[in-house]
Unconditional design. Structure first.
Length: 194
């Protein structure tokens, strides 16, 4: 890596840290959905029509986060859009009509505890349409949650989740199947001041 590349990487890192702080402590506490959406989009997040993020969201690198239409992201949710390694595939894709409850954490970056240098691992997370993720669930890097799946509260999802299945536990395992496969609901409007 050349000196110029190191300087560019450092400047990018500092900019992302400043943006992250602004989004957490400035934007995340504003009690108006339209204002928060405006700033999240300004910083590169793609947010579909009718979707909203409730207050207190922790956003890491919004440039690599895509949220479809009519999706609701709950209070104090962590969305890790980091994709900083060369050739990395990190980032988050959230489909349409997705309901993510409060304090859910979705991570795309972790450390390789088996490597001698504790190297970072960045893998994308993909969440299909009509998925429900219960409060305080944790989704780890590289996971795909298929159409209509349900993640129980407090579950730690380490592997892909099949369509319409219900998973729970630590680590998450299949505990049931969603009764309906032909999902067509809309989540409705977000509540004011949340």
């Amino acid at each position: 890596m050349t000196v110029w590349q190191k300087i560019q990487r450092r400047i990018t890192t500092i900019w992302l840290e400043l943006a992250t702080g602004f989004l957490w402590w400035g934007v995340g506490v504003v009690p108006l959905h339209h204002v928060r959406r405006f700033f999240y989009r300004l910083f590169g997040m793609q947010i579909g029509s009718g979707s909203t993020l409730h207050m207190g969201a922790r956003i890491y690198d919004p440039r690599h986060i895509y949220i479809g239409k009519d999706s609701i992201i709950g209070e104090k949710v962590t969305l890790d859009g980091r994709r900083q390694l060369e050739n990395s595939r990190g980032g988050i894709t959230i489909g349409d009509h997705v309901d993510i409850a409060s304090e859910v954490m979705i991570w795309t970056s972790e450390h390789d505890i088996s490597s001698t240098d504790f190297a970072p691992i960045e893998e994308p997370v993909t969440i299909g349409d009509y998925v429900f993720i219960g409060p305080r669930a944790i989704i780890l890097p590289g996971v795909t949650i298929a159409h209509g799946a349900v993640i129980a509260a407090g579950a730690v999802v380490t592997k892909d989740v099949a369509a319409h299945s219900i998973v729970g536990g630590v680590p998450a395992k299949a505990i049931g199947q969603r009764a309906q496969n032909n999902l067509q609901y809309r989540l409705g409007r977000a509540r004011w001041f949340q």
